[in-house]
Design a protein around this ligand. Sequence first.
Ligand SMILES: *[C@@H]1O[C@H](CO)[C@@H](O)[C@H](O)[C@H]1NC(C)=O
Ligand SMILES: *[C@@H]1O[C@H](CO)[C@@H](O)[C@H](O)[C@H]1NC(C)=O
Ligand SMILES: *[C@@H]1O[C@H](CO)[C@@H](O)[C@H](O)[C@H]1NC(C)=O
Ligand SMILES: *[C@@H]1O[C@H](CO)[C@@H](O)[C@H](O)[C@H]1NC(C)=O
Ligand SMILES: *[C@@H]1O[C@H](CO)[C@@H](O)[C@H](O)[C@H]1NC(C)=O
Length: 497
Amino acid sequence: MNTYKYKHYIIYSLPPFTMYGFPIIYTAILLLLSPPNAALQELLRGFTATPDSSLPVSSFQPLLTDSIGNYSLAFLRVDRTHLALAVIHVSSQVPLWIAGKSPLAPWSSQTRLSFNGSLVISHSHTGVFWSTYTDGHRVRLSNTSNLLIESEGESPVVVWQSFDFPYNTLVENQNFTSAMKLVSSNGMYSMKLGSDFIGFYARFATNSGPDSDPGRLYFQHNPMETKAHITKGEGPIHATLSPNGFLGLYQNSSNQVDLQPFSSFQQPGTGNRIIRLEPDGNLIGYYWTGSSWVVDFKQIANPCDLPSSCGAYGLCRPGNSCSCLDNRRSYSSGDQCETSGDDFCRKRYRVLRRSGVELANKEIMAYTMMSSLEKCERACEEKCTCWGAVYSNTSGFCYAIDYPVQTLVEVMDETKMGYFKVREGAGKDKMGVGLWVGLGSLCGVVLLISGVGGVVLYRKESRGVKGYEEEEGINGGVGPYKNLRSASSKSIELSER
Ligand SMILES: *[C@@H]1O[C@H](CO)[C@@H](O)[C@H](O)[C@H]1NC(C)=O
Ligand SMILES: *[C@@H]1O[C@H](CO)[C@@H](O)[C@H](O)[C@H]1NC(C)=O
Ligand SMILES: *[C@@H]1O[C@H](CO)[C@@H](O)[C@H](O)[C@H]1NC(C)=O
Ligand SMILES: *[C@@H]1O[C@H](CO)[C@@H](O)[C@H](O)[C@H]1NC(C)=O
Ligand SMILES: *[C@@H]1O[C@H](CO)[C@@H](O)[C@H](O)[C@H]1NC(C)=O
């Protein structure tokens, strides 16, 4: 709160009204007293701040700003009641980084952020929520959105930086190493580097093991290796978003082994690109036009390749529409076709069969060879941690689904057959994702506000989407895959005839 003291001091030390006109002083006092402008350019030892209880729910409280004013370290109000310490892109209010995600501290006067060498979020009753555990001299926000803690001295050394602990977003030139991961705002999806690929992982079950377990691999990007090859044993790879408009993969800091160009490839505009792992599991690149974020890149181009494009027990039809695996059920976006959740070790289930279906990205899914559909089904039936199985009568491949059933892909091949366990009992429940939903919807709202233009632009470019223009227009900018869901009413009408 030394901010306020300092500014009051300035006001009191101004010469009397006789020297300057009253209106100037009046304006100056108004400007100096308004808390939203109270952000500093550095925090020194002894700094503390508490959240402002009068702050509007959908707002943020700036604490520290970078030299240009593009970014702000701020208290972000999450789910009305919780506080996240975030680095925010000010113009769009999009959070690029969040500290201490689980658990979040309450938004209360008992919660405070302090800097005593460590940057610490603590609560007077429950203690420390998050700390950098450093011995630094000052905190600064770089003009690239990197939160830095620096040592004392002539040439300060960075002792801690937020770029080492990414949230769901990477900015230009941020080094994404194999020790890091991106996690989507709903906590379900993560991105990690393998020894020679970018892996995307999902955790659908509520009790799906320790945090260190990334979950099930649902998508994999393999480098093109046109310029250089990955040499096994020659060290880990890392990824960087280039200011020239591409996502590059490198081995040994300089050997470029992959380049995924964005729509804005080689267009100038340093500092204008981010990539973010979205709540639907896609990695999306955005370009800042000066007034909105425009979609610039999509890691997963085909929506049916997303792990849950049509929700649990949904069916994705190439050409972009959703229905339910159970034909008798109608699909409605935002709802699951069937209740999904924990395994069947203590739960009763019924069986749902559907032919003409396969798993998305089945190339990376494990399978066993079985001589018949019956054998494939029985293997799943006998295992209570199996949610279902997909069998190909022509190849004999049996894919066991050892995670809560998500979206399957429709194929024009009746020899591909699916067997699914469905929980008995009425009532649909949503998957427990807790506070992440708050963060997710917050990001969603922010994007809704800032990204309408971008989404419209994106639609013009998206591949393989035909015949949904009118519906997209009405839906208005909730996000590319929302359209896919809303479009499903069409398919239901057709299938009921
Ligand atoms: C900084 O504050 C935290 C939380 O109050 C405390 O645990 C820590 O020991 C303090 N560090 C120093 C160097 O005083
Ligand atoms: C951002 O910071 C870097 C290094 O501190 C500096 O070289 C650069 O000019 C700054 N950019 C702007 C736009 O101020
Ligand atoms: C990024 O990280 C890799 C692996 O740790 C390292 O080799 C490389 O020098 C780093 N690059 C930059 C620009 O920091
Ligand atoms: C950063 O600020 C500069 C100068 O105001 C502006 O031109 C640029 O678009 C901003 N960049 C972002 C990403 O907001
Ligand atoms: C599966 O293959 C077997 C033997 O090749 C055949 O008898 C059977 O009719 C096929 N079933 C379907 C549903 O195609």
